[in-house]
Design a protein around this ligand. Structure first.
Ligand SMILES: Cc1cc2nc3c(=O)[nH]c(=O)nc-3n(C[C@H](O)[C@H](O)[C@H](O)COP(=O)(O)OP(=O)(O)OC[C@H]3O[C@@H](n4cnc5c(N)ncnc54)[C@H](O)[C@@H]3O)c2cc1C
Length: 390
């Protein structure tokens, strides 16, 4: 498989790099110091997102998206992942499973979300249910002409700015009837319980929300009753590939910063880059980025043309595991190269060090990615990983 970029993809990558450097990097310190951005800064970026064509890149044109392939999305996310403060999340990508919504629901939720007028937040995790979604306790009960949703959701990313949720709930409490519901945030019974503080600075928050007997219309079901696990898995597959892309980009930025610093910083009569102790850290990072990026691009190109769900699930797990673990090592070395400066919040390497930690946790921990890979090995052998079927 040829993983060199064609002209159009190389141009897309260049535009994403330019956008990141021109619009996201200058806002990093404001975001870090103020724990978020001003409405004016957000508005400026939003206009630039549309102008550059990076809005809803993961959705069909008929829904107002840019219909880019998964590989092209990876190229863009790799560049934007270099920015700290999770500023990449200003560039909206409405949750993938919404493409399975009815026309009426697309009109109400997906299409305005693609235009940047509405914002979704995907609410799966609960206090007692994270990796094991069969332990979810949020219920949906049919009542006359609607559903009544009851439960509490944790870590709802962008829940502070979202105006609707995709809530993963069990119809009548039955794990075999897992279903995703559209729930407007302003409905009676939806309340923000609290907004915890996290290790990273994220341009948005991850509040806890309670759904206290919230009534939604009968047709607010995404796709069909009982399809919840499949839909949520589709979301995970896409998000895991995007995490892999962002972490590769972040590691590359950390390497560039560390190389630059090590070339200028002098100790004991020479630039520290000339000490093997430093040089080897940079060399390990460079080689590991090369390996992870090759894997990411290969999987990205493969999933862009093949749509076998099980294989995508298995490969996305390998990409997320390899890239996020690699990036964790890369940013840790970068902090070490920077010495005391590497511990200062004004330095991007410090922020990347904190921010990349969650990439080994969310959208399935590293252990869960290994469980997925292990299951694939047990069911179908090692071919997906070692044989690289063409
Ligand atoms: C900043 C942030 C944002 C998030 N955003 C969202 C969001 O928008 N929507 C949402 O629904 N969720 C979100 N999450 C939740 C996230 O997906 C979960 O935290 C994650 O899936 C892990 O679940 P948990 O925290 O309950 O940990 P647990 O499942 O309790 O796991 C605890 C530990 O046990 C390990 N473990 C569990 N099962 C196994 C096993 N079978 N084998 C080996 N080890 C195992 C885990 O790997 C982990 O180390 C977010 C989390 C964070 C931190």
């Amino acid at each position: 498989m040829d993983i060199t970029l064609d002209k159009a993809d190389a141009e897309l990558q260049r535009r994403a790099r330019e956008f990141t450097e021109q619009y996201l990097f200058p806002l990093e310190l404001e975001c870090e110091m103020n724990d978020g951005l001003s409405p004016q800064a957000t508005k400026t970026v939003k206009a630039a997102v549309i102008e550059h064509g990076f809005d809803a890149i993961n959705h069909a044109q008929e829904d107002g998206g840019r219909a880019l392939s998964l590989f092209q999305q990876i190229l863009i996310q790799e560049e934007m992942g270099k920015a700290t403060g999770a500023l990449w999340d200003l560039v909206w990508r409405p949750s993938l499973p919404m493409r399975q919504a009815s026309e009426a629901l697309k009109d109400r939720y997906l299409r305005p979300a693609c235009r940047g007028e509405r914002r979704d937040a995907y609410a799966i995790t609960e206090e007692g249910a994270g990796s094991d979604t069969s332990m979810i306790e949020t219920t949906a009960t049919r009542d006359g002409d609607g559903w009544v949703i009851h439960g509490e959701k944790w870590h709802v990313t962008a829940g502070d700015i979202a105006d609707f949720f995709l809530v993963h709930a069990l119809v009548d409490g039955d794990p075999a009837q897992a279903t995703v519901f559209f729930v407007d945030k302003d409905l009676p019974g939806v309340t923000k319980v609290r907004t915890p503080k996290y290790m990273h600075t994220f341009v948005y928050e991850h509040p806890i929300f309670a759904f206290d007997d919230v009534r939604v219309p009968l047709d607010n079901v995404l796709a069909e009753v009982g399809r919840g696990d499949d839909l949520t898995r589709d979301w995970f597959v896409e998000e895991r590939l995007m995490i892999a892309a962002r972490t590769v980009g972040a590691a590359a930025r950390a390497l560039d910063l560390a190389l630059d610093f090590a070339s200028g910083r002098r100790a004991f009569g020479r630039a520290i880059v000339d000490y093997q102790g430093i040089e080897f850290m940079l060399a390990d990072t460079a080689a590991e980025i090369m390996a992870a990026k090759s894997l990411l691009y290969r999987i990205g190109q493969q999933v862009a043309v093949e749509l076998d769900r099980k294989q995508m699930h298995a490969e996305a797990a390998a990409a997320k595991l390899q890239c996020s673990e690699m990036a964790g090592r890369a940013v840790d070395r970068a902090v070490q190269v920077f010495g005391g400066r590497g511990y200062m919040r004004e330095q991007p390497v410090e922020r990347l060090w904190r921010e990349l930690r969650v990439d080994r946790i969310w959208e399935g921990t590293s252990e869960i990615q290994r469980v997925i890979i292990g299951n694939e090995l047990k069911k179908r052998g090692s071919g997906v990983y070692t044989g690289w079927p063409d």
